[in-house]
Design a protein around this ligand. Structure first.
Ligand SMILES: [Zn+2]
Ligand SMILES: [Zn+2]
Length: 292
């Protein structure tokens, strides 16, 4: 083994894909076939990641409205896959496992009467836990690069603001890149996450060519991306959500003790219970008498 190969075998890249499978997404409600198209693109993209280096690892999580589940790998014993038409067994295993798990999740998920938001922040937190476990179990001296790719057609959900921020800053501290492919509206909170962790944010206006977009923007390693021509970064909307109503606000009150944000003045901080003085009316200065 020459020196180059020796260096290569000491590092690998872990990609965790968080796929929004919530049936409430507008694109899925309008055309359920789009979810199948999306899953096919994700499988091909995941396999392309595995193909780049034999040490590379992949995990796919499904984010629903009520739970997050692993689509690949299975928590216990993996499926038994035989070689088909000379295809590399790992590729067949990824495809078979993802499709089988997803159909199981969709048939067993509770029925929805009204659209319900996806628990994206929770799924991302689960992805962080998984990365941390793999990191802990990696052999000494092996370097691991991890990233999370979120593929979603959901809309902004400011109700998960606090979890999002915890996830973004944890990822930043652990050196994990967060990439986001938004398939419906602009998601300013996830855009903030990409900006904080040095990832790519891409909003697609149509789903044709999803796989091409994924391969172009998200397949290269973050280190490699500096050398490529990628979609230009857009201005990030850094508005925060108030802790009282979970709505994005431009101007608000900030607790000087715990930095919680509120849209209206409240005499007691609901997060840390600090009591503030109620601002009274401004003292009126006595007018100077004019000298006659
Ligand atoms: Zn509020
Ligand atoms: Zn406070």
């Amino acid at each position: 083994m020459n020196k180059q190969q020796d260096v290569e075998s000491n590092k690998f890249s872990l990609l965790v894909i968080v796929l929004d499978t919530n049936p409430s997404q507008r694109i899925v409600r309008q055309n359920a076939q789009l979810l199948t198209q999306c899953v096919d693109a994700i499988i091909a993209f995941g396999n392309a990641h595995l193909m780049q280096c034999s040490q590379n690892k992949l995990a796919v999580l499904s984010c629903h409205h009520h739970a997050t589940d692993f689509l690949y790998p299975l928590p216990g014993k993996q499926l038994d896959v035989r070689q088909i038409d000379g295809q590399y067994e790992v590729f067949s295993l990824v495809e078979k496992t993802v499709k089988q798990r997803l159909s199981h999740i969709i048939t067993n998920s509770p029925k929805l009467n009204t659209p319900c938001e996806s628990i994206l922040a929770g799924s991302m937190a689960m992805a962080l836990c998984y990365i941390s476990r793999i990191q802990r179990n990696a052999a000494a001296g092996v370097k691991m690069h991890s990233r999370i790719l979120v593929v979603t057609g959901s809309n902004e959900c400011a109700s998960q603001y606090m979890t999002y921020m915890n996830v973004f800053f944890t990822a930043q501290k652990l050196g994990i890149t967060i990439d986001v492919c938004a398939m419906d509206k602009t998601m300013s909170l996830l855009q903030q996450g990409c900006d904080i962790t040095g990832g790519q944010y891409l909003r697609l206006t149509q789903l044709d060519g999803l796989l091409q977009y994924l391969l172009w923007v998200f397949l290269p390693d973050p280190q490699m991306r500096q050398k490529l021509v990628l979609p230009p970064a857009t201005k990030v909307d850094y508005r925060a959500a108030c802790f009282c109503h979970r709505e994005l606000i431009d101007i608000g009150y900030v607790c000087s003790v715990c930095l919680s944000i509120f849209c209206k003045f409240s005499p007691i901080c609901t997060t840390c219970h600090t009591v503030f003085k109620i601002p009274g009316p401004m003292p009126i200065k006595p007018k100077k008498k004019k000298k006659v």
